[in-house]
Design a protein around this ligand. Structure first.
Ligand code: KIV
Ligand code: ZN
Length: 523
């Protein structure tokens, strides 16, 4: 195999490791959209899902495999033939398919399938051989590698290489390693395991100690040439290595990390926003690269420096990650052409009827707000995308009574199906009262898992973006909405989450998007 020693492959697992974090569930169409954006931005390998986990996962991986233009499409499989066969069935449609199979090799993980070390070694040989007989691109991972005894790790990596694995991924499953150790481990594996020169070593780091990006770059310094990561660092617990962080670190500090990726960094901001919206996981304002404040210069001394020369306080340009250089706000006199141009700058190419709909919403917002900033527009687009025309529920009217004197109450008119219904309810505050009124009109057992409000822009007239996550019988649905009225945004977000739950129940059939398998089961 010819391996470009200066190139680092980017393996994105937003749709598998990221999407499996509680609450980040994406719909089928959203997964296709994110996969297309990843493909377009130059991601080398997209891990599109875990095909055996549910009918929904299988359908998404198959469809992504059929649609991908240049990325390799990979699916995850545990160390058994059934998983591997199902994975192959899903990825085989891709121009470039990959099977990724794994087993937990650390003492903590070996205890679960109840296999001896020898039995596990045999299992690895059999399953990697089986995968390789189906597909000539096979990735193998010893889960929890960084807590696996060195001798055993070296032994099983050698077995996997001999059985035909083409990529060996070394996961730091629990975010336990540190940058120097991460580099040393990869370096030692490459130096000491027979056959290591013929495969690509990958790094897959979790962020439990906040070191995932540093550990991934450490592994690259040690010889890894594939980084596994997610957009916005999405993922279980503290998340994964963030794609935007490793890619920009390699770009900005090329002097000391002389490796390159194929990523078009100008697409970063757009995909970050889309992933945040569809997963319902807001990006923290001070997050590196994609946070709202990453390129904001508030203090007087910083602003003064920036005016003299941008590089006083900026090590990269906002344009490098797809942020428009200047952010001149639109107002109520701005026309359709200005709106279209601004949206294009922000990465949204609108067809005419979408633009017409958005223009109406923009005018309504501009009537309420003096200046409409980029972030207001992004919230508007998100809001328009969230409200589907076929939705079962729609908020038609809301009036709340709130203040220092209880009880707080809400009057609501909700379209349910094709009829409008009206209800009044009380609650512990206006949001609770309004949610109770929705429940009175559309009774449901969905439990509220998350209710989050964030201001889109500065100022008293800022729009609030509200995210609501609900759970019913193992199914999770997230809704989002933005409005200058926080209670209106809250109810719309709740109704949006209910609509998604309804679609999930109806479209996919009972249980079909529920994941019944656990990573820990091998058989
Ligand atoms: O964190 C991990 O170990 C994983 C494996 C399935 C590769 O996600
Ligand atoms: Zn992981």
């Amino acid at each position: 195999m010819t391996i470009d020693k200066d190139r680092v492959l980017i393996f994105d697992t937003t749709l598998r490791d990221g999407e499996q974090s509680p609450g980040a569930t994406m719909s089928h169409d959203e997964k296709l959209e994110i996969a297309a954006l990843l493909d377009e931005m130059g991601v080398d390998i997209i891990e599109a899902g875990f095909p055996i986990a549910s009918e929904g996962d299988f359908a998404a991986v198959s469809e992504i495999a059929k649609l991908a233009k240049s990325a390799t499409i990979c699916g995850l499989a545990r160390a058994n033939y059934k998983d591997i066969d199902r994975c192959w069935e899903a990825v085989k449609h891709a121009v470039s398919p990959r099977i990724h199979t794994f087993i937990g090799t650390s003492p903590q993980h070996r205890a679960i399938p109840n296999l001896t070390m020898d039995e596990m070694a045999d299992r690895i040989h059999e399953t990697v051989t089986h995968a390789r007989n189906l597909c000539d691109n096979v990735q193998w991972s010893p889960m929890d590698a960084t807590r696996t005894e060195w001798d055993y790790l070296a032994r099983v990596v050698e077995i996997a290489i001999k059985a035909g694995a083409t990529t060996i991924n070394i996961p730091d499953t629990v975010g336990y390693t540190a940058p120097v150790e991460s580099a040393d481990l990869i370096r030692r594996l490459i130096a000491e395991v027979p056959g290591a020169d013929d495969v690509i070593f990958a790094t897959h780091c979790h962020n439990d100690l906040g070191m995932a990006t540093a550990n991934a770059l450490g592994a690259v310094a040690g010889g890894a040439r594939q980084i596994e990561c997610t957009i916005n660092g999405l993922g279980e617990r503290a998340g994964n290595t963030a794609l935007e962080e490793v890619v920009m670190a390699l770009k900005v500090r090329h002097d000391i990390m002389p490796w390159h990726t194929n990523i078009d960094t100008r697409k970063i901001m757009h995909i970050s926003r889309r992933v945040s919206t569809v997963s319902g996981f807001a990006v923290q304002p001070n997050k590196a690269i994609v946070g709202k404040n990453a390129f904001a210069h508030e203090s007087g001394i910083h602003q003064d420096g920036m005016l003299k020369s941008a590089d006083t306080f900026e090590i990269m340009r906002p344009e490098d990650v797809g942020l428009a250089g200047t952010s001149l706000p639109l107002g109520k006199h701005s026309g359709r052409a200005a709106l279209r141009a601004k949206l294009k700058d922000l990465g949204f190419d609108m067809v005419d009827n979408q633009l017409n709909d958005l223009f109406v919403r923009f005018k309504a917002l501009a009537d309420r707000k003096k200046e409409v900033f980029d972030d207001d527009l992004i919230a508007l687009v998100t809001d328009a995308a969230a409200a589907g025309t076929e939705d079962h529920l729609e908020l038609k009217f809301l009036r709340v009574i709130c203040g220092t004197e209880a009880p707080q109450s809400a009057d609501i008119t909700l379209r349910v199906g094709d009829k409008d219904h009206q209800a009044t309810a009380q609650g512990d505050g206006p949001v609770d009262a309004a949610f109770n009124a929705v429940k009175a009109l559309y009774p449901n057992e969905a439990a509220l898992q998350l209710y989050q409000v964030s201001a889109v822009t500065e100022g008293m007239d800022a729009q609030a973006t509200v995210t609501v996550r609900i759970e019913e019988d193992g199914r999770i649905a997230t809704g989002q909405s933005a409005d200058t009225d926080t209670v209106v945004a809250s109810v719309k977000a709740y109704v949006n989450a209910l609509n998604r739950l309804i679609v999930r129940r109806e479209k996919l059939g009972e249980g079909s998007d529920k994941r019944e398998v656990s990573y820990k089961d091998v058989n």
